[in-house]
Unconditional design. Structure first.
Length: 314
């Protein structure tokens, strides 16, 4: 980690050595003494470093850390090395955490896990809880997420013959779905809610094209990393034992949930949230948002995060 010499703002983009390979990290903040918001992206390999506008907004209160994980985005562009399993990504995340603590001594780290990143981040907390001041989950993955999402989408589509026919091609038991079927359903369900920002068209594609511009190599690396990482990680994800998620933590635990999330629906998230014991916990519904709720409504997210978490870690 480069030494930070700026007295106030920091803006860093570059590769850092993490467990034997060079991995892409972006750090942006207006004051280096602000708490760090360390974001663990979803996917597998759906990097969030392209969400530059939201990052700049969050950086008014937090120093935002984006990390393109092993097999993802610009890390994949540098070297197409795949993670062996979730634990590989957990190990990488904890190694980067140590570098962050060395570069920002005494500054609290708020860990945020989004979608599949909520599995990785949850395991990071379990293995190094003392490294983090608070844990934030968005788009929390649970054992019931796909099933409840499928049931709701099927119910909402009952008056649409073509939609119902497509959904009926999938096995009713979501636990039996293949990686391809999960990906197909995820895209289908995301496209059904036109009243909130769509994670594919309104968020990912728009920001990906803006961030990478005409850099075709970076754009292709993002796409190829998605495919390769899914092939590497999906078998473990398909059989993941969600009982491995913590049911007790000694740090504040806050969940942000999109009001109309068709992929990780509120009912599934609420069931997991209810069983967790923490010294402070809160579940917050972000209005006018679906999946990737904190990028869909960044102003609301930052306001609530500052109100709920900052007093607990200052």
């Amino acid at each position: 980690m480069p030494r930070l010499t700026a007295k106030n703002a920091i803006s860093f983009q570059g590769y850092l050595p993490i467990n034997g390979i060079q991995q892409w990290v972006q750090i942006e903040g207006q004051e280096t003494t602000n708490p760090l918001l360390f974001i663990i992206h979803g996917g597998p390999a759906s990097t969030y470093s392209m969400f530059t506008e939201a990052t700049r907004f969050f950086s008014t209160t937090f120093t935002v850390v984006h990390w393109d994980q092993r097999g993802a985005g610009k890390t994949y562009l540098k070297q197409p090395v795949m993670p062996d399993n979730f634990q590989t990504l957990v190990n990488d995340g904890l190694a980067l955490t140590k570098q962050l603590k060395g570069a920002f001594p005494g500054v609290p780290i708020v860990l945020l896990g989004s979608s599949i990143g909520s599995i990785i981040a949850n395991l990071m907390v379990q293995q190094a809880e003392s490294s983090f001041a608070a844990y934030i989950a968005t788009e929390q993955m649970t054992s019931r997420s796909h099933q409840i999402a499928f049931n709701q989408t099927l119910f909402d589509s009952k008056k649409h013959v073509l939609k119902t026919a497509w959904l009926n091609k999938l096995p009713y038991a979501a636990s039996t779905w293949s990686a391809k079927q999960i990906a197909q359903f995820t895209i289908f369900s995301a496209l059904q809610h036109t009243d909130v920002p769509n994670m594919v068209t309104d968020l990912f594609i728009k920001n990906l094209l803006h961030a990478y511009g005409l850099n075709i190599k970076a754009w292709l690396a993002f796409c190829r990393g998605l495919i390769a990482s899914r092939q590497a990680i999906q078998p473990e994800l398909d059989s993941f034992d969600y009982n491995r998620l913590f049911s007790k933590t000694s740090i504040p635990f806050v969940v942000f949930q999109g009001s109309h999330d068709p992929i990780t629906p509120t009912a599934a998230t609420q069931a997991y949230f209810n069983q967790v014991h923490a010294p402070y916990k809160r579940m917050i519904i972000i209005p006018n948002s679906g999946h990737l709720c904190f990028f869909a409504n960044p102003k609301f997210f930052l306001t609530e995060l500052t109100k709920q978490v900052t007093p607990l870690i200052s």
